[in-house]
Design a protein around this ligand. Structure first.
Ligand SMILES: *Cc1c(COP(=O)(O)O)cnc(C)c1O
Length: 458
């Protein structure tokens, strides 16, 4: 199907001047707000004072904001953004041709920076506020390593110490990520470690453990709260992260408007929910205000299906149960997903904002299995050129399926999806896929129930 290509360019770029100057907080347009974080001991809503023992002051303010629609992006953050943003919105002409679809497909590519994903958008903001508060450094956890890499870059830019607790299995299996972080000056510790109380406890209880994200979070929080001049930062799930990631959606919207393009369907992969929350924010806002009606789709791995098979309830964010309780779609903090390669999508819970939007029916959700994701990733790479991250490939797969549906119905829908990152550090997984040794795993109802049975009673 030959489509005329002279009206819309392959890549829609915004100029530096068009880079958004304000973040947008979708909570301002939600009639029912996401539920507040609760103190795990008292089960009362976390106060700013309590949160400030863990997070920077300005970030606490952002976390607790529910009414202020726009928040200025400080010049220092915008200056950093200018080094790798605005990110292009790409018209997937080649993919459309391959799928032989009348649909128009666009993707917002966030992989054009060394860390390779959208996570840098929030890392630089969090590092900036930490520096501005006069802190010495920050602690965090990382699973597959994307967040740790992004934070290392951000901390080196603002000259902050960066202590990363990296899930042990990734620390051992992903030496390249680890070395990128160390190159940017971060201290990387395999988790569980013997440097924290919770790490020692878990090592004593499970000597063979290869770690988990929930455990690494507990370690990072413990160190931040016990060390003067340090605070903890997190790369997903939190409201503040969703706020920073709104830059993705704001740019996307501006780029579409430049060419009078009206999207019908907006799709993002969902791990902790931050890129999705950011991409859809201005569109969900229009939907909440009754101005537009888009189909908004979250895509999860079938191996870790928090929205589609989890429960909307208060839960711990970490295994050690030291973090505040969040109301979210969750599989339970004790749920251990199978060793899926989409490492960034393995968190047991989902952003409270995304959870509440899903609960309100503003967004829908679907799941896919690993091998079909890699199949879509490979098809995409072969025509669009970019080697996608496995996480991002969930959105590719969903977008391709929507486009194929258009082929059946003859509808010329406009589909926009988030291509959150590159797959350069996921070649072990691509190797398995290419060798035909990759398998799929869908948790049984019993396994899901076991996770849900362990939810705290609130
Ligand atoms: C971390 C990551 C994700 C998932 O995180 P969200 O908070 O759900 O956005 C998706 N894609 C890539 C490339 C990632 O690194």
């Amino acid at each position: 199907m030959a489509k005329e290509k002279n009206t819309i360019p392959y890549k829609i770029y915004l100029t530096e001047e068009e880079l958004p100057t304000r973040y947008y907080d979708v909570r301002a347009d939600m009639k029912t707000k996401p539920a507040p974080l609760l103190n795990p001991k008292t089960l009362e809503p976390m106060t700013a004072d309590e949160l400030e023992t863990v997070f920077c002051k300005e970030l606490v303010k952002q976390e607790l904001n529910t009414s202020k629609r726009y928040i200025d992006i400080p010049t220092e953050i915008r200056d950093f953004y200018k080094m790798y943003r605005p990110a292009p919105l790409v018209r997937a002409y080649c993919l459309e041709e391959k799928l032989d679809t009348p649909a128009k497909i666009y993707y917002k590519f966030e992989g054009n920076n060394t860390s390779g994903s959208h996570k840098l958008n929030s890392a630089i903001a969090q590092a900036y506020y930490a520096k501005k508060e006069g802190l010495k450094g920050v602690t965090t956890e990382t699973g597959a390593g994307q967040w740790g890499t992004a934070l290392s870059m951000a901390c080196s830019y603002f000259d902050l110490d960066c202590n990363v607790y990296m899930v042990k299995v990734s620390y051992e299996q992903k030496p390249f990520r680890r070395e990128v972080m160390r190159t940017y000056g971060a201290n990387v510790t395999p988790s569980p470690s013997m440097t924290t109380e919770i790490g020692k406890t878990i090592n004593a209880k499970f000597p063979q453990t290869t770690g988990s994200l929930g455990c690494a979070i507990s370690e990072a929080v413990e160190v931040a709260t016990k060390t003067a001049g340090y605070r903890y930062v997190l790369g997903s799930v939190l409201n503040q992260v969703a706020l920073h990631q709104s830059i993705i959606g704001l740019e996307t919207k501006k780029a579409l408007e430049k060419y009078d393009i009206e999207p019908d369907i907006i799709i993002g992969c969902a791990g902790g929910g931050s890129n999705l929350a950011g991409l859809i924010a201005p569109f969900a806002g229009e939907k909440l205000r009754g101005e537009k009606n888009y189909k908004i789709l979250a895509v999860e791995p079938a191996s870790c299906p928090s929205l589609t098979r989890g429960k909307y309830a208060y839960d711990y964010c970490d295994t050690g149960m030291v973090c505040p309780l969040a109301k979210m779609y969750t599989l339970g903090s004790q749920f251990i997903p199978s060793a899926s390669h989409a490492g960034g999508l393995r968190f047991h819970g989902m952003s409270p904002i995304i959870s509440e939007l899903y609960e309100q029916g503003i967004i829908d959700a679907v799941t896919y299995e690993q091998t079909e994701i890699f199949d879509a990733a490979e098809k995409f790479a072969r025509c669009e050129g970019i080697l996608p991250a496995p996480e991002s490939s969930h959105a590719i797969k969903a977008a391709a399926d929507e486009a194929l549906r258009c082929k059946e119905t003859g509808e010329e829908k406009t589909i926009v999806f988030g291509l959150t990152g590159t797959g350069y550090f996921d070649l072990k997984a691509y190797e398995q896929f290419n060798n035909g040794t990759m398998s799929d795993y869908i948790p049984t109802d019993e396994e899901i129930q076991k996770g849900l049975d362990a939810l705290p009673v609130v």
